[in-house]
Design a protein around this ligand. Sequence first.
Ligand code: PYC
Length: 331
Amino acid sequence: MRKTFFCVDAHTCGNPVRVVTGGGPFLEGKNMSEKRQHFLREFDWIRKGLMFEPRGHDMMSGSILYPPVDKANDVGILFIETSGCLPMCGHGTIGTVTVIIEEGLVSPKVPGELRLETPAGLVRVSYKKEGGRVTSVRLVNVGAYLDSENLEAECPDLGKLKVDVAYGGNFYAIVDVQDNFKGLEHHPADQLIGWSRHLRRQLNEKYTFTHPEDPTINGLSHILWTGKTLSEEATARNAVFYGDKAIDRSPCGTGTSARMAQWYARGKLKEGETFIHESIIGSKFTGRVESVTDIGDKKGIVPSIEGWARITGYNNIIIDDDDPYAHGFQV
Ligand code: PYC
């Protein structure tokens, strides 16, 4: 059997977003969280085929579009990535919104605004458009909170590290600068990747991380390394590890949300303040603490993230059962 997926490829601040506009499977469920579970049970081969080599690469990330379950909303989004099906993805949202608006795939109920159903919850978006181009996308994310502080982990080469774990749509271990870690600028990306795999495994073996309102969102998936900013206007810089080999080229929307929640909880950021986050390549998202909120029994924030994306091409991708690499591979 040959299956064709109609995709529009884009990047958000440097990180890829492959938006599947046609060919995605029908999913059962009364919300995107349940649809995500259905996808993971039966259709994960599609994610693997579209994200991994030879059709994708280590950093590949994307989304599949669905009609909204609630007619008050504009579109449902399933995030697909080399790391799995994320509950929420910030750079993925910015890229997806740019694609659906520039390509005319969704007519917003309110011009300049969209209500997105994601597995992690409702995400509200506003965007600016000039001459057919979406010039910026601002998303109001799901609630973010600091989950755990000062967890101890043993890192190869570096030794003992203390990390905080925060949720911003995914769970992040945040490695702040400390005695045994001087900052991401002192290390090549490959070294951060190797250490991240080790830290993630160790922290998931020692601790559990579960969302208080949706137990299907669980497990530490990302490691956020911090360091010195490249430009004066940035508040902070980060390099986010995901999947098995990826460092986000964008400043990472859910990572920025998690870090803002950590800063808020530690008294370093206040309601209404902005937080300009810089990526490994120097691209930037502008974050803001929109309000404070309760997430189950946790106190947290509602963060917003603003960034931009560009379409890079149209891609009709075939996954053929006859192809020994139909479902991709990793080296
Ligand atoms: O922007 O939220 C994000 C993200 C998650 C993984 C890679 N990017």
